[in-house]
Every structure is written in C-alpha cells, then in structure tokens.
Design a protein around this ligand. Structure first.
Ligand code: ARG
Ligand code: ZN
Length: 472
C-alpha cells in the first residue's frame, strides 16, 4: 500500500517536471519589443550585447555595403527572430550556419530562421552581409539617411539604424559597438567613441571607432565626408575629438566657437550631474541642411543651421547633458521622453544662469507667461505626449519648467541630490518616469503624486507658474 503511494507520488512529480519541458517548444520572437508608441520597433526573443559593423561607403554613388556581426543572447527557446533593417541582404549566418531569411524593407524587418532552434539563454552570433543605397530606401515615407555634397550622415531619432545596420532597434536593448568604415582616400568616417589609427589600401582608407559602453541603437552615428578634426582633453582628462565639415561656409567660425567649448561644458556638467560616463567626447558638424541636433553618444551631431545666427553654446550644453540623460540613463519606452528632453533643456537654463544670462526661475516664468492658458501648448502632456508629439515644444519647455517647479518644491539640496542619485543609480541602464518620481519622493521625503500629475500628466496649464520656493 505504502509503496504504491510513493510510486504514484513519484510519477505525479515526474509529470509535473515533464510539463514545463514539453511546453518549451521553440517559438518565433515577436517583431516588436512592446513599446506602446512604436509597437513594431525592436523585437522580442533575444537581446544584443555587441554590434561589429565592417562597412564600405562610396559617396559618389551612395553605395553602402558590409557585414554586421551581432552578439546576442536568446531570451526564449527561439525558432526564428527579426532584426530591424531595410537595406538588401545577401546572406545571414547564425552560429556559423547559413540561415533562411526574408526581407520586408518597407516594414524595416529582416526575419531570420536559423537552421536549428536557439535554446533560451544561449549566446548567439548573427552575421548579416548586406548592401544598398540608403538614400533611396523609403520607409514610412522617408529616409533618415542624409547625403551631403561630400558624403553622408546617419543621425536621427527615433529611427536611424534601419538605413545602415541591422539591429534590435529600441533603446531598451543597449549594446557596445565597433564601427569600421572604408571610404575613398581623402574622405573620413566619424562615429562614436574612440578611433583606431586609420589604414589605407588600394585607394580606400578605413576608419575604426569603438564605443565600449552600452549604447542605444539610435545613438549610433556615422558621418562620412571631408572634415577638419580637432583634439584635446577636458580638465577631467576625457579625450575630446571634434569634427567640422570643410564645407560649412559662413557658419564655420560660429560652429567652432560653440563646439570647441565641449570640454568646458562637460567639466561643468560633471560638477552638477556626476562623473562623465563615457571615455571620450566631442561633436561633429557635417554639411547637412536639416535643422536639428542629436545627442549621438559621446559625439553629438550638430547641424550648420544651429550656428547660422552666431555661436550657440546652448545647443552644445543641451546635447552634452543628454550624455547623462538619455545616453547613460536611457528610456525603457519612448513615452518617457521627458526624462531626456526636459532634463537636457533644464541644463540649458542652468547654463544660462551660470554665464550670467537669465536665471532658471526667470526662464521658467517666461515659459509660463509666454503661453496663455488657452495656448494649445498646454494640451501636450510632457509625461505622455503621444508618438506624434514626442518632440513637441511642451516636452522641452514645460518639461524644463516642471524641473524648476520640482526644485522649488523639494529645495536645492534635495533637487541636485536627486539628479546625481538618478544618474548613479541607473548608469548604463534604462528607466521610467515612475522610477524618477519614486527616487524624488525618497530623497525629498515628500509625496509627489499630485505634483507629477499637475506638471507631466495634465493637458492644461498648471494653476500657478511654479510652487513657492521651499526656502531650503
Ligand atoms: N533629441 C534631439 C534633441 O533634442 C531631438 C531630435 C528630434 N528631431 C528629429 N528630426 N528627429 O536634441
Ligand atoms: Zn534633446
């Protein structure tokens, strides 16, 4: 009797153990990482730890070709998976074996089916050989790849990678990068991080750059063209490498008079936000005609238009502040964009006060009073602006005003402690606005639920400009 009971308990246990094993049938990863604003961006089923891009680019024809080697880890038993990509693919190998693939460039997806399923937790090497003319590849009605008179630039947000390398294109999956690009002799290639010594062969010069800290895919950049390069170090010892197109015309002097302040700005920002998180810094100004700047990691992209009215250190302060807010501490989902733009904009206000121009309070009051209560400006919620309003002025200006209001609510000591603890806690990682609120409540000892609702989540002008100073 007793023996039977043991035997049936054992078989019940065997059954229990067998169920999960039988359920682990490999399944395809989803072609979308689950971002509410951009459901098709990024992919599930794996994570990437490193991108190795070995490319060749001919400016005359806009022909880009090369090989991307991705080091990844399967996060489920995987029968197939997608990469975000829109150039033409010649072949794909997974762990050394040829893999089946199908391309859907208009949907920025490359679906890969490895010869054998990938086991959850296993390390995977994915090699993609590809070529294309990125300026001709239209996805969602546009190409983010910009041709210039002497080369090209990849720098945009949130979409930029599709036109030059296959990736898991979402900031929640960060990786290190090696970017190596051969260009015709006399032309240069600029990317993130630190360069190796260029080498020349048969009319082509190869430039290789290394980003050894985690980097979101949209923060990877490539600029090809003819540049003047300046080098130096910050007072804190960080190498500075800047690059200016030789073709900036009337904007050349103002561009240099601004971007050459990079080291000084980094030292000043480090004193407020905490240690600079990367091992090089700089900026580049190609001869583009677009009108935005971008915080591409370690080496922001500036447009010549940023300097059309003279020097503009403020834009340099903004893009460099993103090195902490956006690049080091990155978004987990795009709707939390305030964590990037509100903070980088507030850094500009701090700089204004630092150089004896308007104070942060004056600038906050100006934003409030220059937008009457019925201005549609107030209908955009900085904490959840919508994908189409991700870069609306409200995210920047009301977003910065919200930080001034927070500072007035918790006092200077707690406010700056919150900023530094934020960058230290989430260094090289990802976070959400809710994490920031929790941290601010912990450090200030105040309940801030109503505060965040008023400043970030209400589509109306707050009743008063900023709360009265806490007087701490
Ligand atoms: N993060 C950039 C900045 O604030 C915004 C770029 C948005 N513009 C664009 N065309 N994608 O500096
Ligand atoms: Zn910004």
């Amino acid at each position: 009797m007793r023996k039977r009971a043991i035997a049936s308990a054992a078989s019940a246990l065997a059954l229990l153990l067998a169920i999960p094993a039988a359920a682990a049938e490999p399944t395809p990863g989803a072609p979308g990482i689950g971002d509410p604003y951009y459901p098709t961006y990024g992919n599930s089923g794996y994570r990437v730890s490193h991108y190795d891009l070995r490319l060749r680019y001919q400016p005359k024809t806009d022909a880009l070709s090369g090989t991307a080697t991705l080091l990844a880890t399967a996060t489920q038993d995987l029968s197939g998976f997608d990469l975000d990509f829109s150039l033409g693919v010649q072949d794909v190998r997974v762990d050394g074996h040829k893999a089946a693939f199908s391309e859907d460039p208009a949907a920025h997806k490359l679906r890969i089916t490895p010869a054998k399923p990938l086991a959850k937790g296993s390390d995977v090497t994915i090699v993609v050989r590809y070529s294309g003319v990125p300026s001709k590849v239209v996805v969602n009605g546009f190409t983010a790849w910009q041709r210039t008179p002497d080369g090209a630039v990849a720098a945009d947000e949130p979409e930029s990678a599709w036109w030059w390398f296959p990736s898991n294109d979402h900031p929640s999956d960060k990786a290190t990068f090696d970017v190596s690009v051969a260009v015709p002799d006399g032309t240069q290639a600029i990317s993130n991080g630190l360069p190796a010594t260029p080498s020349s062969q048969a009319g082509w010069t190869r430039y290789s750059w290394r980003q050894n800290k985690p980097q979101a895919t949209y923060l990877a950049t490539l600029a090809v063209g003819k540049f003047d390069i300046t080098t130096g170090t910050t007072d804190g010892g960080v190498p500075v490498i800047n690059a200016y197109s030789k073709d900036l015309g009337d904007n050349a002097a103002a561009a240099r008079a601004s971007v050459e302040r990079t080291g000084e700005v980094i030292d000043w920002e480090s004193s407020i936000f905490g240690r600079y998180p990367f091992d090089s810094v700089g900026g580049y100004v190609p001869n583009t005609t677009t009108h935005y700047a971008l915080e591409t990691q370690t080496r922001p992209y500036y447009s010549p238009a940023d300097f059309a009215k003279g020097s503009n250190v403020s834009v340099v302060v903004h893009e460099l502040a993103h090195q902490w807010f956006g690049d080091d501490v990155s978004l987990e989902r795009w709707q939390d964009i305030w964590l990037n733009e509100g903070f980088a904009s507030y850094a500009q206000w701090l700089w204004s006060e630092h150089v004896g121009e308007g104070t942060t309070q004056e600038l906050a009051d100006y934003v409030y009073s220059s937008h009457p209560a019925n201005d549609p400006f107030w209908t955009v919620k900085p904490g959840d602006p919508g994908a189409d309003k991700q870069f609306d002025a409200a995210v920047y200006d009301r977003g910065a005003e919200a930080l001034q209001a927070l500072r007035n609510t918790v006092g200077d000591k707690a406010f700056f402690s919150i900023l530094r603890t934020w960058t230290a806690t989430h260094a090289y990682g990802n976070a959400r606005i809710a994490d920031f609120q929790k941290l601010a409540e912990k450090i200030s000892g105040k309940k801030l639920g109503d505060f965040f609702t008023t400043w970030l989540y209400t589509p109306a002008r707050p009743a008063t400009a900023t709360a009265a100073k806490a007087g701490l």
